[in-house]
Design a protein around this ligand. Structure first.
Ligand code: DGL
Length: 282
């Protein structure tokens, strides 16, 4: 039987994935996308492996029910804590054309090309840092490179609560950058390894020495997706292409529309979903 075409699913715990979706739409304007922010349960950054896995897998199943064959976890925390289990445990018993990809692999694949000193810094949620995913991936792909990590547990709450322009944000941006750079004076490249962080970019630029390269993931992950679709024409054939983008949130839509517009850079109209009512709760 011919498999039906569907949109590409883009997932985040909240708003951060919209910084990635924006670049997907820029690079692949013909494709259809649906975005889901699990705002009712965000942030994921300090949650356990099991909880992040349970929440993420529920959302991935919801995407499959909407007809998506390809789902991108546009969230480092979910990519770090849930992707491997989903790929190794859940997808192996589903049809081969159901695929889930993350944001860590496309980022680590190119990051070694940016550094001259071989010392790379990672700014991320506590969960992403604890998973060690960036260290493991980068050291595998670029054996000469050393990775230094700094958890930034206050950044997502500051962004989600609209406090990213405040004095409090200055304090915590300065604090975490200082702690990262204290680990090695030779760090010349820093990855913003959380899809929320581009909203703090102007403050990060203020406190980061000018000779350090700062890498945001949006365009890198978008190029990675375009490349993936080119290398997997069988998956590309399963993606519908009418240029539509549909937004969903597990929380209040008015709130989502207002905040999402800041991350996405243009107006957003969302629909609410109740995962429990749809039968996807833990
Ligand atoms: N945007 C998510 C990421 O890239 C993290 C947000 C959260 O803590 O839920 O890691």
């Amino acid at each position: 039987m011919q498999q039906k075409q569907g949109p590409i699913g883009v997932f985040d715990s909240g708003y951060g994935g919209l910084t990635v979706l924006k670049e997907f739409v820029n690079i692949l304007p013909a494709y259809d996308f649906i975005y889901l922010g699990d705002n009712a349960r965000a942030p994921y950054g300090n949650r356990s492996f099991d909880t992040v896995y349970q929440y993420t897998w529920q959302c991935v199943q919801w995407f499959f029910k909407q007809g998506c064959s390809l789902v991108i976890l546009a969230c480092n925390t979910a990519s770090a804590k849930a992707l491997r289990t989903i790929q190794q445990k859940n997808l192996t018993i589903l049809p081969e054309y159901k695929r889930v990809l993350g944001v860590i692999r496309p980022t680590t694949e190119i990051v070694g090309n940016y550094t001259d000193s071989g010392h790379i810094g990672i700014l991320a949620t506590t969960g992403t840092v604890q998973s060690n995913s960036y260290v493991i991936e980068i050291e595998k792909l670029f054996p000469g490179v050393t990775v230094f990590q700094q958890p930034c547990p206050m950044w997502v709450p500051l962004i989600e609560n609209n406090e990213y322009e405040s004095k409090g944000a200055d304090f915590f941006v300065k604090e975490y950058i200082h702690s990262l750079l204290h680990q090695s004076a030779r760090i010349d490249t820093v990855i913003l390894a959380c899809t929320h962080y581009p909203l703090l970019l102007h403050k990060i630029n203020e406190y980061m020495p000018v000779d350090i390269k700062i890498i945001s993931q949006g365009t890198i992950v978008a190029k990675g997706l375009a490349d993936y679709l080119e290398r997997h024409p069988e998956m590309d054939d399963l993606c519908s292409k009418t240029g539509k983008v549909h937004f969903f949130t597990t929380d209040d839509t008015n709130d989502f529309n207002t905040k999402a517009a800041i991350f996405y850079g243009s107006e957003v109209q969302s629909d609410h979903i109740d995962l429990q009512k749809e039968g996807f709760s833990a």
